[in-house]
Write a protein that binds this ligand. Structure first.
Ligand SMILES: [Zn+2]
Length: 81
């Protein structure tokens, strides 16, 4: 007696998982220097960009980067877009 069950019948359905965890991908660059709006001097970037293990570096939108003016020593916190 042959018992041939239909193993094509019930599958697991469609696997919608892509298996690829995609990051936001939208990196932004912060300028190394900006112009001080107070004295017109040069503000230097204090915050260092992140460095990923895969070699990518930079900043992400919404990150706060700090600048220090070399003339009036004011500190400026800039939120990146
Ligand atoms: Zn200044």
């Amino acid at each position: 007696m042959s018992d041939q069950s239909d193993f094509y019948g019930s599958g697991t359905g469609h696997d919608t998982g892509t298996g690829h965890d995609e990051r936001s991908g939208s990196e932004v660059l912060a300028p190394e220097q900006i112009l001080c709006v107070d004295c017109g001097g040069t503000c230097h970037l204090l915050t260092r960009p992140y460095l990923e293990e895969d070699g990518s570096q930079g900043f992400r939108p919404g990150d706060i980067v700090a600048y220090r003016c070399s003339d009036c020593l004011d500190r400026w916190d800039i939120e990146l877009e």
